[in-house]
Design a protein around this ligand. Sequence first.
Ligand SMILES: Cc1cc2nc3c(=O)[nH]c(=O)nc-3n(C[C@H](O)[C@H](O)[C@H](O)COP(=O)(O)OP(=O)(O)OC[C@H]3O[C@@H](n4cnc5c(N)ncnc54)[C@H](O)[C@@H]3O)c2cc1C
Length: 384
Amino acid sequence: MYDIVVIGQGLAGLLTAIRAKENNNHVAVVSKGIGKIIQSTAFMDLLPGRSENLTDARAFFVNEQISDSLLSEAADWFKALTGKLGLPYRGSIEKLTPVLTGAGFIKQTALYPHTVSKIPEEGDIIIAGIKEIIDFQPRYVKENLLTEYPGLSVSALSADLGLKAGRVLSQADVARQLDEASGRAALISALKKEMKKKNVKSCDMMVLPSCLGIKNSQLVMQELKEAFSCSVTEAPGLPPNAAAVRLYSALKKYAVNQGIRFIENKTTYSVEVKNDKVTDLFTEGTNEGIKLKKLVIATGGIIGGGLELTTDGLRDTTINQPVNKDGTNKHKLRNVYYAGGTKKVPWTDTWIAGGIYTICTSYSVPFSKKTPGGKKHAGVECNR
Ligand SMILES: Cc1cc2nc3c(=O)[nH]c(=O)nc-3n(C[C@H](O)[C@H](O)[C@H](O)COP(=O)(O)OP(=O)(O)OC[C@H]3O[C@@H](n4cnc5c(N)ncnc54)[C@H](O)[C@@H]3O)c2cc1C
């Protein structure tokens, strides 16, 4: 019997499971796939695809019963967690930060990974592409960046790492090369060669695609900064971005090390309900239910596959219960909670929940706090 079963291992599922485990619960994650986290930029936006500041976004968050204090608490918790994992997030929800996308556009985001820096409006910038990554085109990035910040002096160049893969490489592929000392040395030497060819002597900031290591991103950042005496930033483009793969891998590894059980490649389809509470969760391929006390549905809504858009409206594919127009259950099940993209679906045009909303909804699932031995603290209910 699990205290908490989480369906889904996207950002919402992993964060919820980690939080449940922090409160000493016996936790399992059941999922059919790894979720959309690795398709994202790894920026934690206040509102997806939009740049409003907190004042503008507040109405939305209040409507979703997310208070200012919950927003801050959840963001601080996420920053502390990622810091512990060696991938610290910076930024704040009160004041958004201008960061660069792989297409060269400025985006205002709330929290961003340690491999990303705020883009200045003035100064010398090198946009450094890598020939092997074809979806990051430095000249195109330069043109778009200059339309946003015309006060910048921007040089564009492309380094050839000489990788012979026989296929187009993604940003995450190159990141794995840069985890190795030989990969980093090859990049630094190729960039120096290109700078010499283009007579570019120095810069205040170097922008690269999101490929600055998976396991050794701290080392990659440090070596690049030292080699070029400038600040360095990633600009995430088409997935898979290294920043997102890095976050997913670190959260998953941490969750496994904490003792969270992963039941993978399993599609859930139904539940047993007694007295308005779910007692068992059923996955395809077995008649035996997974026994649980609380169920968290973190199946990503329409994009993540937990909800299906049919001609009759939304259909819950996860536990096969009738749902309202917004994806919530028609019949209240007392021990079922929602986190991430599946919690409230139709409030964005894209159905993409966004990082800050995902963090907050994961953080605010109520867990009983237990002592390490498994007994409940008398009267202590963690969180709301
Ligand atoms: C293309 C893309 C780009 C994005 N870019 C950004 C960005 O730049 N900034 C930002 O803030 N946010 C961005 N996001 C959103 C961000 O990643 C969200 O926070 C996230 O997608 C929501 O995560 P989730 O965990 O709710 O769902 P998901 O990541 O979709 O995870 C759903 C999980 O549920 C599992 N699942 C579904 N149905 C079942 C079932 N029946 N049985 C078992 N398992 C099931 C899936 O396998 C998966 O593990 C982006 C999202 C996408 C898709």
